[in-house]
Design a protein around this ligand. Sequence first.
Ligand SMILES: [Zn+2]
Length: 225
Amino acid sequence: MPVNFTELRYFLPAAWHVTPPISPGKRVALTFDDGPNPNTTPQVLQILAQTQIHATFFMVGRNVTTYPQLARRVAQAGHEVGNHTYDHPQLPNLTAAQVDQELTMTDVAIYQATGTWPRLMRPPYGSIDQTSAAIAGRPIIQWTVDSEDWKSQNAAIILRMIQQTTTPGAIILLHDIQPATVTALPNIISYLQAQEYQFVTIDDLIAQPLFSQWQYFGLGDQRSY
Ligand SMILES: [Zn+2]
């Protein structure tokens, strides 16, 4: 059955949805937030290397500053590194100057660590307004499937969340700072592979150029707006 893909949602300044064409097939993109972390990120890298999967890591700038070599390892393994702000604030609560500082400091830290300027950003808590989006000036990557790994910190529950909510075209939110996520990850990958999902990057999931300031949620988002 053909699947109607990538529901790309853009609601800046007003809420409206469009559905552009997306690559056919059962595809999902894994994303890992809030790292890098010296204990857990290397384990995530090892699992992804063993399974030959490329993911996107939305890094917190202060962690990149503390662990630049780890950020470099992530990039050198072929994963995309995105901007997740410097201190993980609620962006709409900040002044424009503070938002600019959060993003710029992170851009610089990632660039210094990896040699690559982050092309994508994910706002902490998925929380962003029009002003922050304009300052970010790049595609805003949200998610479809929330593993809630930070909440349960339980590998079995994390796996079950993924099993119950993943559909083709999903962007899956995980945190590479959570030990339970590391424990769950091989089972998550095995499960999705058994379901014949392919793991792709954000760019490959959304089969058209990503637009600055647009918010991308992937398909089948459970949230309502
Ligand atoms: Zn986060």
